[in-house]
Design a protein. Structure first.
Length: 482
């Protein structure tokens, strides 16, 4: 359920085409190396890799069609007494100022429950403070139970050391390639115990119950990402793709159903986000089964092995098409929405990266209800912004016009990055206003509306109301420099 502030009604406009110009002032707003997993070659996609038909859109409690655009907000550097201290109100103020409406906020089980059965009241308070900032700036939050290489037992963050069981198997750190840690025997065995040991199952479920009880009614909370990038234990002779599908089907699906029951004991309304293993990034369809819940979102990540290793984007390789063809199969089958939980290359300055962002944004818009880029921070690497708060190279292409909420049935929803033209066509229904978000670029946005609708500008948003059944088309054209 997406909780939003009440929208003021607008005066009626009865002309068939209303055109006006909205000024968007020149407003420009940390990072981890994040290699993707090794994987076998991806299958080829069909020429039209994805259709909206068959994949439901995300909706709010009024039935409006939603689009989420935002970034992950993280503090991986601090723990214990300093946990979450790197996340400030500025993160959310800048997100809103750049036109985004969504934040995937990371939290860590090892900080939440540092000793078994002891939940940190201070950590919960700090999460609550972050949610209050998000509410202040009308940012919807996905609370993400994050893990990297399982947790602190292996020098990372996530599942507590007290919940880590390795059966004495070896672990060798890989400081130059941290993702390789997932293939260490001790780490893989720790995942097996997490999935299979009854007491750890109960502990993980109880952790999520605590989170849902505490934050389920907070106005900023949209949902819960039950675990970041789950992995597992490969069997002898098993290739990675086969292992991933087995682990997803036999271990991760039952885990998600356990956690869903735990969350629903405290929160019936917010969405549950479920991730496949990271191999989905290579165009391998997931083996996840049915999640027995009424509000589930499929939340794959969108990373490519070659690009994460430093290669430039190669449009001719067909990676985006293969990914799109594979990633849409599961939500079509399960009839659930898609929100991509992480995406974005490390080296965004390479010659083809402008093309990558253009192609990626077009692809994401074809099948998903939104995305969270990696990561909203100020600096180099994966950071969305530089030290001055300006977009890093090519990442300004993520700030486009879009429709956060549509009161009605969407017929088409497209953005042409080259022409800087956004078009939304919908048939109006009930549920309140339709909202169009305009990014604060150096130029201006010309907005034309076809169809009988009332219309009002509200800051950098355009809000429209129309009688149910009215066919409305909105065209937004950028003028001036980008």
């Amino acid at each position: 359920m997406l909780k939003r502030t009440r929208i003021r009604t607008a005066s009626a406009v009865t002309s068939i085409i209303t055109t006006f110009v909205l000024a968007a002032g020149a407003l420009a707003p940390a990072a981890d190396a994040r290699p993707a997993p090794p994987a076998r070659p991806a299958p080829q996609a069909p020429s039209a890799p994805s259709e909206r038909a068959g994949i439901p859109r995300l909706t709010d409690d009024r039935g409006r069609t939603l689009t989420l655009r935002g970034w992950s907000v993280a503090d991986k550097a601090n723990s214990g007494d300093q946990a979450l201290s790197a996340i400030t109100e500025k993160h959310f103020r800048d997100l809103r100022a750049k036109g985004f409406n969504f934040a995937r906020v990371l939290f860590f089980w090892d900080d939440l429950e540092p000793r078994r059965g002891h939940y940190s009241a201070e950590y919960l308070r700090r999460i609550g403070r972050i949610l209050d900032w998000a509410q202040k700036y009308d940012i919807q939050v996905l609370l993400d139970a994050h893990q990297d290489v399982f947790g602190p037992a292996f020098g990372s963050r996530g599942i507590p050391a007290w919940a880590t069981r390795t059966d004495g198997l070896p672990f060798t750190p890989h400081p130059e390639d941290w993702f390789a840690g997932y293939f260490e025997p001790a780490v893989q065995r720790a995942f097996t115990h997490l999935y299979q040991d009854a007491d750890l199952q109960r502990a993980q479920a109880r952790m999520w119950q605590v989170v849902a009880e505490r934050f389920g009614h907070h106005p900023a909370v949209l949902g819960y990402d039950l675990i970041n990038e789950p992995m597992g234990e490969l069997r002898e002779g098993e290739d990675l793709a086969t292992a991933a599908r087995r682990i997803e089907a036999r271990q991760i699906t039952p885990m998600y159903n356990r956690l869903a029951r735990a969350v629903r004991s405290a929160d019936r309304d917010n969405w549950l986000f479920v991730e496949p293993t990271p191999i989905v990034g290579e165009g391998v369809p997931t083996g996840l089964g049915t999640i027995k819940d009424h509000r589930t979102v499929y939340a794959p990540h969108f990373y490519n092995t070659a690009m994460e290793a430093g290669a430039d984007y190669d449009p001719a390789a067909g990676w985006i098409e293969s990914y799109e063809a594979a990633v849409t199969a599961y939500p079509k089958q399960q009839k659930i929405p898609v929100v991509v939980g992480e995406w974005g290359p490390l080296n965004n300055k390479l010659p083809q990266m402008g093309r990558f962002f253009r192609d990626a944004m077009a692809s994401l818009s074809r099948y998903s209800s939104g995305w969270a880029g990696w990561v909203w921070c100020y600096g180099g690497g994966y950071c969305a912004l530089d030290e001055n708060g300006d977009f890093a190279a090519n990442k300004e292409r993520t700030a486009t016009p879009y429709a956060p909420a549509v009161a009605g049935t969407v017929r088409s929803d497209t953005y042409d990055d080259v022409a800087r033209v956004y078009r939304l066509a919908y048939t109006a229904g009930r549920g309140g206003s339709t909202e169009i978000s305009l990014p604060p670029t150096a130029g201006r946005w010309r907005v034309a509306v076809e169809g009988r609708a009332s219309i009002r500008r509200h800051g950098l948003e355009v809000r429209l109301r129309a009688r149910p059944g009215t066919r409305v088309t909105v065209t937004v054209t950028g003028t001036g420099s980008r």
